[in-house]
Design a protein around this ligand. Structure first.
Ligand code: KG4
Ligand code: ZN
Length: 349
């Protein structure tokens, strides 16, 4: 089975062709970074307009790189939640148009489920895939949570703990902005941190214990904001040290809670996904911590971590394979279908 996936939930217009076994035949991502960079963040209306402008070309490219035509495709999968509704609508309407014109089935995919299955994608080098049940850390610009996954249906995915405030990627982006590193900040901090000393600044992430799997990242950002207000923006070696100190705190706590979750749930397979899973230090820490404890780490290729349509096509292929279909009433929503357990805000629980 060949599935064409479309992703437009945020600032990437993407299309991919993937088989039901997760083999990626093509994966095209048109980034809008240049559109939003002058504003220091994503402007929703501009995102929708860019999706509208680019969707046709991205789909055409994905089909031609896969060496297939629309007629060869067995179904269309599209991200319909969560995300910017105006941005999602462009992808959903485009996908409906393709499905209607070709008579193929269409299925809506939750973007977060897409991130959770990214480690099933097979690109250049074949690798083992996670076995169910597994524990997954989803770390992106909008979400940070640890899940127990017993199946791909949202009813089989249970949140074990999430951030009470900022997502980890949001913390990377905000701290990068404070350091004058532009948007998106994650990759810039990752790069600079390589040459820095992680023990130079004594900033700490709160809620670092493992008695709770909930997390908090806004306090760390505030400590750095206060440091910058007092001492100015760090430069040169200081900047590298500041990036390394911030990143070490975030990746330490994410890894620690992830491993604690796997131990608590008694599962062997550990998965990471989402844009922050592209972070070099997080990837290294997760692999090392899992090795120490006899767990099996599944760390997707970088292209599978950041937003892409291959993960949407694969999640769609699984759904279509089970006979799931949507109709023309398929709508866009800003909310995920995954159940939430963690409440926002501080205080004892
Ligand atoms: O999954 P994603 O592409 O989009 C969302 O669904 O949010 O994640 C984007 C987030 C941004 O906050 C970006 O700064 C972060 O992922 N990110 C990184 C790295 N690459 C992307 N954070 C840390 N290190 C990286 N190498
Ligand atoms: Zn994402």
């Amino acid at each position: 089975m060949l599935v064409l996936g479309i992703e437009s939930s945020c600032d990437e217009t993407a299309c991919a062709v993937v088989t039901e076994t997760g083999r990626v035949l093509s994966d095209v991502v048109q980034s809008q970074v240049a559109t939003h960079a002058p504003f220091g963040g994503i402007v929703p209306e501009l995102a929708s307009r860019d999706h509208l402008k680019n969707a046709r070309f991205v789909v055409r490219d994905a089909l031609s790189r896969a060496g297939v035509s629309l007629g060869d495709v067995d179904g269309v999968a599209v991200t319909n939640r969560p995300g910017l509704v105006g941005a999602l609508l462009v992808g959903v309407q485009f996908a409906k148009g393709l499905a209607w014109a070709t008579g193929k089935p269409i299925v809506g995919v939750d973007h977060l489920v897409g991130h959770l299955v990214a480690s099933f994608l097979q690109r250049d080098t074949p690798h083992p895939v996670p076995s169910l049940p597994f524990v997954a850390l989803l770390v992106s610009g909008g979400h940070t949570a640890i899940y127990r996954v017993d199946g791909l249906d949202p009813s089989l995915i249970r949140e074990l703990g999430a951030t009470r405030d900022d997502a980890a990627g949001e913390a990377f982006d905000k701290v990068a902005k404070l350091f004058g590193l532009g948007y998106p900040g994650g990759p810039a901090i990752d790069r600079l941190a390589r040459g820095g000393r992680p023990d130079r600044y004594e900033w700490t992430v709160p809620m670092r214990g493992t008695s709770s799997l909930e997390m908090s990242f806004s306090g760390l950002k505030t400590q750095i904001m206060q440091h910058v207000a007092k001492n100015g923006v760090p430069e040169g070696d200081d900047l590298a040290d500041a990036c390394a100190s911030f990143q070490a705190q975030v990746t330490f706590v994410l890894t620690r809670k992830l491993v604690a979750a796997a131990t608590r749930e008694g599962v062997r397979d550990v998965v990471i996904g989402g844009g922050v899973a592209a972070n070099r230090e997080l990837r290294e820490r997760v692999v090392a911590a899992c090795k120490d404890r006899g767990l099996v780490a599944h760390v997707p290729e970088i292209a599978s971590c950041t937003d892409n349509a291959a993960m949407i096509a694969y999640a769609g292929a699984v759904l279509l394979g089970r006979g799931v279909r949507d109709d023309w009433a398929l709508a866009a929503s800003s909310k995920t279908l995954l159940p939430r357990a963690t409440r926002k805000g501080g205080g004892a629980r």
